[in-house]
Design a binder for this molecule. Structure first.
Ligand code: PBG
Length: 307
């Protein structure tokens, strides 16, 4: 009766990996039970998740290396497999909310979220590409644009481009406080998107900083973000709490790949009880103040709590 925090499948967003082709269901060793799917099989997977009550899906493209280039030009080609698949999924399941990823890294031969010149990330040359990518995704039927790139000024540029093209109803969930974290490793395995050189510390946040998250959130909200995200979740519960206290904008959190992998590794060794660890982790992220949680545990959680 007096429990303060509630956690249900309606709070969860399921990240899924899409690959070009047919009849593909590929294992990702560092992400147990998560796969790279071709669209035909992903449609079935989404159908089974919808039946379990999961409504929101974040779709990430796993692009073949030979299609990557320095400017991520595939990202806004209307014939690319990602945009075609989004169209197909949205028309089959209009009730599913689809979220995208906006950043150069899945399509970039440099493996960075922005344009690289002489070893530097060029913020302002990246912005128009992010805007084109977002408009192409909105055209394909994406409901929530998810800029994960951490370039300065991108939310404003994306909002303006969406509005100019008539996509005033397409919302933006901004990766607002995204830290330069060691917990993204398994995700980079899934997309083979690790940086070819350097690291992401010039654009992702320093894990030592909390107040800087307020600055980032202020900018994103002013530029038009509809939801603001903290990523990763577990090492940054204080940041989730801080943003929740200071902004009326809905706050979400990304329970990232490394956090998922840790629980699996420990429970496979018999060192943790899987179900109770998952429940406690997700509940703590909600308690910290996140309305929505992106998590690879979504499907297992839905099965665990099915009544
Ligand atoms: C990159 C991106 C990353 C994740 C989502 N989008 C990794 C990175 O910044 O290198 C990580 C998600 C996860 O670890 O689950 N644009």
């Amino acid at each position: 009766m007096v429990q303060e925090t509630h956690l249900g499948v309606e709070h969860l967003i399921y990240p899924v990996f899409l690959k070009d082709g047919n009849q593909i269901k590929e294992e990702i060793p560092s992400l147990p039970n998560i796969h790279r799917w071709s669209v035909d099989l992903l449609l079935r997977e989404i159908e089974s998740c919808l039946k379990l009550g999961i409504r929101v899906f974040d779709i990430f493209p796993a692009v073949e290396d030979e299609l990557k280039d320095k400017t991520a030009s595939l990202s806004y080609d209307p014939n690319n497999f990602y945009l075609k698949a989004i169209k197909e999924i949205k028309s089959r399941f209009p009730e599913a909310l689809l979220m995208s990823d906006v950043a150069l890294d899945p399509y970039s031969s440099d493996g960075h979220d922005g344009i690289v010149e002489n070893g530097q990330i060029i913020n302002d040359k990246t912005l128009p590409i992010l805007a084109k990518m977002s408009v192409a995704q909105a055209e394909a039927g994406i409901d929530i644009i998810g800029p994960s790139d951490m370039m300065d000024g991108r939310v404003g540029v994306i909002r303006e481009a969406l509005d100019e093209n008539g996509f005033t109803d397409t919302s933006i969930m901004s990766y607002t406080a995204k830290y330069a974290s060691s917990f993204y490793g398994p995700f980079r395995d899934a997309l083979k998107s690790a940086p070819k050189s350097g690291d992401k510390k010039t654009y992702q946040m320093n894990p030592a900083n909390k107040m800087e998250a307020l600055t980032e959130a202020g900018l994103d909200v002013d530029e038009g973000a509809d939801m603001i995200m903290v990523k990763p979740a577990l090492c940054y519960l204080d940041v989730i709490h801080l943003l929740k206290e200071h902004f009326p904008t809905p706050v979400t959190a990304y329970n990232v790949s490394g956090e998922y992998a840790m629980v699996h590794a420990a429970s496979r060794n018999g060192w943790l009880d899987y179900e109770s660890a998952v429940f406690e982790m997700l509940l703590s992220i909600r308690r910290a103040g996140a309305e929505g949680i992106l998590t690879y545990f979504a499907k297992d959680f839905a099965k665990m709590t099915r009544s």
